[in-house]
Design a protein around this ligand. Structure first.
Ligand code: FES
Length: 320
């Protein structure tokens, strides 16, 4: 089934911090956009042909718009460069529907959020949701300096309203980076912990959370920590809708082969971090190499990311 895409109007662009712009996207007909949950992201299908995923920043109750925030990447391969250098207000852009690989678990005693740089985006969305439902939260937010911390003013207001919830670490002022181990150690038992930021921060967070129940620990990667090795050895994939079987040679991905064969499959990052290429597994045992699925989801072998993952069984029957 073809991916559903929606045309939206770029209503405004706002400088949120040094090197970070937010983009307010509204329905072209002025109606409501599809509902989303805190932690979701959308794909922007840029007119230059690139597809880039960005977290939604605004409160899920704001159905009249989607807001994404983008950090200017000096090594940009064309995504952030395009968004920063092209006059876009008033233009129409195509987006995918929201997906959530980083969902906020509601109804728990507390959420402890750890953000690094632009990693604040899904966490700020979660904070707005928790404010709306009266949930307990605290945030540890590391940024290079105060001018590069997006949504700092909004977070300072929340801190003034109820002190003790927002802990900034401005690296250049403090002379050190955010102490992830201390932030995690500070979280009470039963709290759910969330982290989004650069890879070293995520790895430190994972290590600090090692003794906690895995279902209480949630991470979102923007980029793969290492490029997944291409699928190890040859295996076959059967497409359930047609019954056709395809060989996936060593060193190729399922996604590449299926696209070459003219089979429609959605994708975005092609690095195992966005979840766009998720496919249900009807038979067989995937060799998971993504950074999206939880431990429980991996163990169930009910779904896989076909852009990076391979197979431990001779064949995989996929719901395509
Ligand atoms: S395309 Fe992003 S996880 Fe596969």
């Amino acid at each position: 089934m073809a991916e559903i895409l929606v045309d939206v109007l770029i209503y405004s662009v706002t400088a949120e911090a040094r090197g970070i712009h937010s983009f307010d996207l509204r329905p072209v007909d002025g109606g409501l956009l599809p509902a989303f949950t805190a932690g979701s992201h959308i794909d922007l299908h840029l007119p230059n042909g690139l597809v880039r995923s960005y977290s939604l920043v605004n409160a899920p109750s704001q159905r009249h718009r989607y807001v994404v925030a983008v950090s200017r990447d000096v090594k940009s391969s064309g995504g952030s460069r395009y968004l920063f250098e092209t006059p876009l207000v008033g233009k129409t852009i195509r987006i995918g529907l929201p997906r959530n690989n980083f969902a906020l678990i509601e109804g728990v005693s507390e959420a402890v959020l750890v953000a690094g740089g632009i990693g604040i985006t899904p966490l700020y969305c979660m904070i707005q949701r928790m404010e709306e439902i009266g949930a307990n939260w605290r945030l540890h937010y590391g940024a290079r300096d105060r001018d590069s911390a997006a949504f700092r003013v909004e977070l300072e207001k929340l801190e003034s309203a109820q002190p003790g919830r927002v802990h900034f670490n401005f690296d250049l002022e403090e002379g050190h980076m955010l102490d992830i181990a201390a932030a995690v150690a500070d979280a009470p038992a039963g709290a759910h912990l969330y982290c989004c930021g650069p890879i070293p921060m995520l790895e430190a967070f994972k290590a600090a959370c090692a003794a906690r129940p895995s279902e209480d620990v949630h991470l979102e990667y923007f980029a793969a920590p290492k490029v997944a090795a291409p699928t190890g050895c040859a295996f076959t994939v059967t497409v359930a809708s047609s019954g056709q079987t395809y060989e996936i040679p060593q060193g190729r991905t399922i996604l590449e082969v299926l696209i070459e064969q003219g089979i429609y499959a959605t994708s975005s990052c092609r690095a195992g971090v966005c979840g766009a290429c998720e496919v249900a597994v009807l038979e067989g045992e995937p060799d998971h190499k993504d950074y999206v699925l939880s431990d429980a989801e991996r163990a169930s072998n009910k779904k896989m990311m076909i852009c990076v993952s391979g197979s431990k069984s001779a064949n995989l029957l996929l719901e395509l």
